[in-house]
Design a protein around this ligand. Structure first.
Ligand SMILES: Cc1ncc(COP(=O)(O)O)c(C=O)c1O
Length: 361
């Protein structure tokens, strides 16, 4: 079995990489350790690089299409990872998950309609609807014993007839929560009852830690399958976000017809040559690499947690159940927001995401 090397340090400077090359512009200091953009510093796996190189050797980059091999690689991978049998007609390429959320907002809501999110959450969930002049309704997560829970009572209280869409982060960024089946099915029940479409962003789903199970939203109940759109991607998992390749899965016929028609009318369902090649390679050859990468990041996450427990116990972590993000609760440091940012940037030399961008909590 091939052992992949995750220790190698690769200089990303000068590659127009947001995380490194925009440090000066965003933080005013190019020397900070860049931990702010959610991509990894591991080499994109060799089997993906090889597939792209091989395609490059052909030297004609004309119009292309998503072949059966592309769709089958997704169908087989989703079955292998999540024991979910999906059909080709449920699938469409989309050019990125945040863009997918924006298309869903555009397709299923009108200006003034309400979109529900559960902060603290990945900031585009709030910004994307707001920038399209939709009202964002918040149903904040509850922090219970250091882990987040959904507040269904409050959800029922904030829903009104203008609420059209609910954007779910599963697993959850930033808390790293892998939602339980019962939680998701309760959510589906409420949303179905109020005729609210659920957009389930499952970009972190392939990096769930071994002791947890990720349930793709439509698999938890019939209600969930008939009120939702699920977005997944190999880009975050295999460190190839710049290639831009994601997909939507929609079991429900009517939702599928509306959304796929929206995409098709704008040719948003057409991927690039490299998106298709990289996805096929990731999903055909990626299982072993992913296994090793996941163990490596679990070690790193545990290192952070242990270090904080021993050295800075005032900073609490939500112990992630998936992916490579660690959410730090710094409230016990008793610093103002300005002092906290200064501590991390000026003293510790770290470029982190400022927690306030994730909203309440
Ligand atoms: C929850 C979540 N969704 C979406 C994205 C970005 O996905 P994409 O690059 O496909 O838009 C990220 C990246 O950090 C994320 O954490």
């Amino acid at each position: 079995m091939k052992q992949y090397n995750f220790d190698e340090i690769i200089d990303r400077k000068g590659t127009d990489c947001i995380k490194v090359d925009l440090l000066e512009e965003r933080f005013g200091n190019a020397k900070l350790t860049p931990l702010w953009v959610a991509d990894m510093d591991f080499r994109t796996p060799d089997f993906i690089v090889e597939a792209i190189k091989k395609r490059c050797e052909h030297e004609i980059f004309g119009y292309n299409f998503g072949s059966d091999a592309y769709f089958n690689s997704i169908i087989e991978w989703v079955n292998y990872k999540h024991y979910w049998e999906i059909k080709k007609e449920w699938l469409s390429y989309i050019p990125g998950i945040v863009k997918g959320i924006a298309f869903a907002v555009d397709c299923f809501t009108r200006p003034g309609d309400k979109v529900i999110i559960q902060p603290p959450v990945y900031h585009p969930f709030r910004l994307v609807p707001q920038m399209q002049h939709r009202q964002v309704v918040e149903n904040p997560l509850k922090l219970v014993d250091g882990s987040y829970q959904m507040d269904f009572e409050n959800l029922e209280a904030v829903i009104d007839k203008d609420c059209k869409l609910f954007i779910l982060c599963s697993p959850h960024n930033p808390g790293g929560v892998v939602w339980e089946k019962e939680t998701l099915s309760k959510l589906a029940e409420i949303c179905t009852h109020h005729n609210i479409l659920v957009i389930s962003d499952e970009i972190h789903a392939e990096m769930v830690y071994p002791q947890y199970t990720h349930y793709p939203f439509p698999t938890v109940s019939e209600a969930a399958a008939s009120c939702s759109i699920t977005f997944m991607a190999p880009t975050k998992t295999f460190n190839m976000a710049g290639i831009v390749s994601s997909y939507a899965i929609i079991p429900d016929k009517q939702i599928r017809r509306d959304f796929f028609q929206f995409l098709h009318a704008r040719e948003l369902d057409e991927g690039t040559i490299f998106a298709y090649e990289a996805t096929k390679a990731a999903y055909t050859y990626g299982a072993e690499w992913l296994q090793q990468m996941r163990m490596y990041i679990i070690d790193n996450v545990n290192y952070v947690i242990d270090y904080l427990e021993k050295e800075i116990p005032e900073i609490k972590t939500c112990k992630p159940q998936a992916s490579f993000l660690v959410w730090l609760d710094c409230r016990k440091l008793n610093l103002s927001q300005k002092e906290l940012v200064s501590l991390f940037q000026d003293k510790a030399g770290l470029a982190l995401n400022d927690g306030t961008m994730f909203g309440k909590g």
